[in-house]
Design a protein around this ligand. Sequence first.
Ligand code: BES
Ligand code: MN
Ligand code: ZN
Length: 511
Amino acid sequence: MKFSIKNESPDKQRSACVVVGVFEPHKLTEAAEAMDKVTKGYISGILSHGDMEGKAGSTLLLHNVPHALCERVLLVGLGKESEFHDTGYHDAVRAAFKALHETGAADATLYLTEIPLKKRDTAWKISQTAIIALESIYRSDSLKSKPEEIKRHLRKVTLGMTSQAKPATSEAALQQGLAIAHGMNLTKDLGNLPPNICTPTYLAQQAMNLAKTYKFKATILEQKDMEKLGMGSLLAVARGSRQPAKLIVLEYRGHGKMEKPIVLVGKGVTFDTGGISLKPAAEMDEMKYDMCGAASVLGTLAAIAQMRLPINVVGIIPTTENMPGGNATKPGDIVTSMSGQTIEILNTDAEGRLILCDALTYAERYEPEVVIDIATLTGACVVALGHVASGLLSNNDELAQELLHASEQAADRAWHLPLWDDYQEQLKSNFADMANIGGRAGGTITAACFLSRFTRKYRWAHLDIAGTAWKSGKNKGATGRPVPLLTQFLIGRAAQEIKKVNKDVSKNPKR
Ligand code: BES
Ligand code: MN
Ligand code: ZN
C-alpha cells in the first residue's frame, strides 16, 4: 500500500473513491459538505431519505454520484459530534478501510484527518490513519497450506487536506506512522509464529537479519559466555530446555557522538510451560507469546532505524524456553545472579524476572541514560488492568511521567502502579537474599520490586505487557504493542536531543 498527502479539496478528486465523514444525525463534515455542493445536494438528499444516520462505525458506499469526478463516494459515520474522541476517530478510520477493502477501488482519497478532534492535531490523525491502514491488511497465514484468498484492490491511499497544516509536518507524521506500523508488523509476525519455529536460536537469527538490514551492531552471547559472566539466574531457567538460551544485543547508533544510550530490555521466553511448577493445560498455547517483550524491542529498533532517529539505543534480549525436565530447576533451588545476589526459586513459573535480572545487570556496561524493560511478566497485571493498559513501574517518577506522556500521544495506554518499598518485604527468603515470588497480593508490583533490586545503578522503568501484547479468542493474535509507546518515547527523546544541539550551536556559533 502506497501513501501520500495531497492539498486539494474533495470535489476535485478523480480518485476511485473519496471518503468523507458524517456526524449523527445527518450532519455533514466540511469535506462532505464540499462533495454535497458539487453533487448539487445528492449527498444530503440521501441522508434525508434516512439511508444513513451517521452512527459510529457505519458506512455507506455510493456509486455513480452525479457531477462527481470520483468513481465512488464512501460516507463514514462518526457518531455524535459532541462524543467524537480518539476512539471515535479510530473506529471511523477502521470502518473506512474495512469498507474500502470490500470495493474494487484501487485507490482512495480520505478526508478524515481534518475532522476536528479535541487535543489532537492533524499530524496525530495522519500517523494514526497510517497505522490503522496497515493494520487492516495484516495477516498471519504463511503457515496455512492454502491461505484464504483475499482479493485486495486498494493500492494507493491519499490523505486529502484542505487546511493550512504545514506540509513538512504532515509528511513527517505520515513517515512516523508508517515506521511504527512497520515495527508493529515485525513484532506481530514474531509473536504469532509457533513456538517450534520461534525458538531462542530463531530469534537470534532474526536479530542478525535486522542488524544486517539496518546496520546495527549485533552480538549474540551463547550459554558458555553467560556462564562466564555468572548469569546463574538466567541459566537456571534454561536448564529444562533442549534449546540453547541466548542473550541478544543490538546496538543502534543514530547519534554521532558517544551519547549515552537508551537501553531496551525485552523478555524473550519463546515458550513458558511454567517449568516444574507446570501451568494448567487450558490456553497454554498462548505462552508462545511470552517473547512479545523481545519482539517489541526488535520492532521498535526497526521503526527508529527506518526513521533514522538521531539517538543511541541498545536492545538486550534474554531468550530461552521455560520447560520441565530431568535437569530443570526445582522449587527450592537457590541460584546466584550476575549481580552476586542469591535467589531462592520458589516457583519456576516466575521465570521472566529470573532472565530479566541478569540482562538488567548486563545493561550496566552501557552506562545507560535510562533502561526500559518490556515483559509479559504477570497474570496479575491482566487482572488489574485487563487488556487495555500496560502496567508501568519505575524507580524514577520523571521517567514514568515521560513514558505516560508518550503513551498518551501514541494512544497506546499505560498505567502507573506504585513501586513503594512497603512491598519489598514480600520477597523475603529465609535462605537466600530474596525469593522469586511475593505471594498473590500485588503480584505485578512484587515482580517489579524483584527487578528493582537489579536496577539500582540507573534510571529504570518496567512495562508489564501481559494483558496488552496479544488478543485471545476468535481474533487471537499479537497486537504489536507497545511498539507505538516505545517509538513515541524515543521520538520525544530525539526531539530533545535536536533542541539541545541547536541551543549549543546558537550559544557557540563556530563554523
Ligand atoms: N508469562 C507469565 C505471565 C503471564 C501469564 C502472562 C498469563 C500473560 C498471561 C509469567 O511467566 C508467569 O507465569 N507469571 C506467574 C508469576 C507467579 C508464579 C508469581 C503468574 O503470573 O502466574
Ligand atoms: Mn511463567
Ligand atoms: Zn513467562
